[in-house]
Design a protein around this ligand. Sequence first.
Ligand code: HEM
Length: 479
Amino acid sequence: MQCLHGFSDRGLSVPSGRFNEPGRFGRMFPELRSLTNFDPVELGKVDGAMDGGNPGPDDTSQNNPRIKAGYTFLGQFIDHDLTLDTTSQLEQQVDVTATINFRTPAFELDSVYGLGPAVQPHLYDRDKPFRLLLSPDGNDLPRNSQGTALIGDPRNDENAIIAQLHLIWLKFHNQVFEKEFSSMPVGRERFEATQKLVRWHYQWLVVNEFLPRICGSKLVINTVGCPRFEFKNHAFMPVEFSVAAYRFGHSQTRPGYLLARPSGPNGRPRAAALFPDDPTIPNSVGDLRGFRPIPPELRIEWNTFFGPSAQSSKLVDTKLSRVMLRLPDGVVPPGTPDKSRSLATRNLQRGIDMRLPAGQHVACHLRIPRRLSEKEIWTTNGAKVGSGLAPLWFYILREGEVRANGRRLAGVGATIVARTFIACLLADKASYLWQDPEWTPTLGKNGRFTASDLVNYALNLSGANEIESEDISKLEGDD
Ligand code: HEM
């Protein structure tokens, strides 16, 4: 069986990156007591309080004008660079500090580079040394004869969108290697110079474009200027981030995506559902499930995902697209019971297993100025869906909905995400933020580097084909 996201063997064979030992999980708020007496099924089941339905492409009621759809998958890509918990069983209490994070908590693209060409030569092109391997036609990830992607983290083949974003990063590395360092002989030194430039652009994009979008610009500036969370000895992955705050992305996911706009007078748009309505039907061309070669029908034109005219992501709120509440075979193993197919139930159950504190307790501890009232937490469309202490993940989604109109994270959620990102960057002595915080990117425009620039550079797009960058200073819903 494939390595599946969230299930027993996913990623166990994955290398841990530049560090000798993989990191561990740990707690950001060890002093807070955990919320355990909570039943996650009522909130998280299909038709439960978190069911956002499957609105069609013409329904714009759940559109987030601040965050375009591509950032959902960039967010998932970042998740796979930072954290991988292979604990498979739900409903089992976990010793957090003994749990191994099979990714390093650093923005170093170990999901792309693996352990490098000497140790993992199958990720690299034998005919073009130090360049990452692509499919023979360059339109897909490299795959073995059974269709399994040869990449540093199998989860980056989970759906056809993240798989194609991973491909963009492979091409970006190859272009940088060829274009920026052509005066150097092909060899390890040139590879390392390329890696450093690629990593710094990625980190700059994360701090200056991705993070402000999801947390608000002011908070990011304050957190970089005065980081209030630092690792004492070794960097670790805080469970408040990996099991609650950063799973906000599950609410951003749309039930389906526009992949390409019509071309020519009689052309038609190409679109596809993320997952099928019936979770038990086998993989077909019609949906975006991954772990197989990408058919031409599912190829993406990136201006539908990044730039001012791209489709929006879904709002950050307590509703998940229904397809996320019934994860299909291929994403979960066939025969998985309904309860465990709901990503909402899974996230809530993991929160209990990892003994996370309640949202209200974290808000109080962090002295968040406008904490949510009991009514704000528990009332949806006039109906009461719960009472008392709230699971951290649910509280964080509700904060986004109530305090930021679903545009982004707010309060507790924004603080945990921004503090974790900046702490990970400052713990990595090779990061641009540690070595040279004033560094400016050279591969975008005007000293900036956006997701649009990443795609333009990786695919060599210019002129009319170039994807415009959005003006980050004018994002809707900033403070
Ligand atoms: C295509 C949409 C996505 C699907 C189908 C998906 C599915 C999953 C599944 C099945 C798990 C394991 C759940 C468990 O058993 O605990 C998981 C974990 C996780 N997801 Fe997603 N996810 C998606 C998008 C995202 C996005 C957009 C983000 C963030 C922006 C995100 C963040 C996370 C995090 C932080 C974890 C925990 C990772 C770990 O520590 O191993 N996911 N996801």
